[in-house]
Design a protein around this ligand. Sequence first.
Ligand code: PMP
Length: 421
Amino acid sequence: MSGEQLQAELQALESRYTELAARQLKLDLTRGKPSAAQVALSDALDGILGGNYRAADGTDVRNYGGLDGLPEAKQLFAGMLEMPADAILIGGNSSLTLMYAVIDFALSFGLRGPESAWGNSDEVKFLCPVPGYDRHFAICEHLGIEMVPVPMLATGPDMDAVEKLVAADPAIKGMWCVPRFSNPTGCVYSRATVERLAQLGNIAGDDFVLMYDNAYAVHTLYPDAEPLASLYAACERHGTLDSVFQFGSTSKITFAGAGVAFMGSSPANLAAFKQHLGFQSIGPDKVNQLRHVRFLGDAEGLAALMGKHAELLRPRFEAVLEILEAELAGTGMGEWLSPRGGYFISFNTRPGLAKTVVKLAADVGVALTPAGATFPYGNDPEDSNIRLAPSFPSLEDVQATAEVFALCVKLASVRQRLAGN
Ligand code: PMP
């Protein structure tokens, strides 16, 4: 575009923006919460036990005990993590709590006894693929773990960079991963990435832990979404089961924050963690575990429910992607991926514009996830990444928000071009 054309474009965008401001919108695309219709899909959980509180082995779930969970719950959720049932521990309502507990344990007590406690060292570092999940980064920040960003590629974390860093720096004690429909890029780690992740345990010290948060393991939007290779099988082959903790929950399957969380690891890790857990709890909420087993049934029941979630989520994702495509494709003003599952669309503005776009949107009543939130310490060095979370608002609101977003991206980009940088 010539300078004059750009000026004309700017004027048109400014006047559309002023019109929007007058509409006094109140829209929110900040967090990846399931919608009211999605959580309602699991309303049958309430009362499903119908007075039958006995687990398959006769355990009365109303009473104390069973620190690592009901066998039938382990069986059900082991399938989601593609691990054997005896490698699973069922927690409470939140996988994030389990992740925090594992890191806290490794820091303070040591996964392999007191000498192995990370806290014995002056420096403890974690590799953080970026963009990534802000609550993972918040755990590290809260516990004083230094975060080292590594780039996310379409195939998962940049494994050349990861292997080099892990081999060179013994202070690196762990790494975050969201392997399927990653938060926020939506990518699925390739088979080669999974294979290389499984071998990190042979490069790193024996106190290294891969925090493999498979929060979106079954959260497909399309039946042909890419599968994820089994990390457990790869670790078995490479003898590295001790280097991995896997996590999942039903927060985005049944009730968010009132579901069941679980983790899987090696026999040695589970034994050490369970011993520690025994000081914190007499046992988890087995009533909720049994409700989930009765409600979900088996892998087929789970897949059927996820299909219903997909029906509600797909139009929202497609609405955003269609608007981005129509308004921004080929303009050079941004880049994004079209995820086949998960909860997010990750958008990269031209460098230096993410904060501006988020502010422009906020000023006309559209709340977006704060720019920088997808990076350790809230610091996106390029000021470019914005996470869009279309699951919660109504379809009409998602459409309206995506239109405002596209306009704000254009406005910020044209202003930047005219300013000559
Ligand atoms: N991990 C990831 C990657 C998430 O996106 C989320 C929730 N948005 C969680 C964990 C939280 O899970 P939970 O509710 O089981 O703590």
